[in-house]
Design a protein. Sequence first.
Length: 153
Amino acid sequence: MRYVFEVNKSETRNFFNDLIYKHLYSIDPSSIDGLLKDNKTEKDKIINLFFANVAMNEILVASAGIPRDFMNLFIDSYDKFLLSSGSSSKRISVKNLRSANSEWYETDKKEQIDKHPIERQLLTEIVKEVIENKKSIHFLVQEKHTKNKHMQN
């Protein structure tokens, strides 16, 4: 099963919901039980306690089915949410998520891409085509291209 939101919406949501639940429950079971009880919800809906609907959809798309990417974005966007204490929001917003995503790219991805001129040019062309021309914020790469060494970097 591939957990790509555009391909398998409910399965992807359920997979990452379970990932959050298992991670948080392993850290502090009683707090998670209390959180679920206080919010009158079940463990299969814990993701809804953390993300506003649009933000939840966006993180599922942004993480592209990769658990490590999802957890990094979740942690960083939750930090942004907590730091925006003046906000009346009760859940992670799209703004929190996009801010975290931007920072994460700068620290985790940009350095790697800048080391390789071909990959930098490839990314520049992708950004130009996907974001500027097609006005989209995400895209999928055909599986036949995923083994390309420039895509791997």
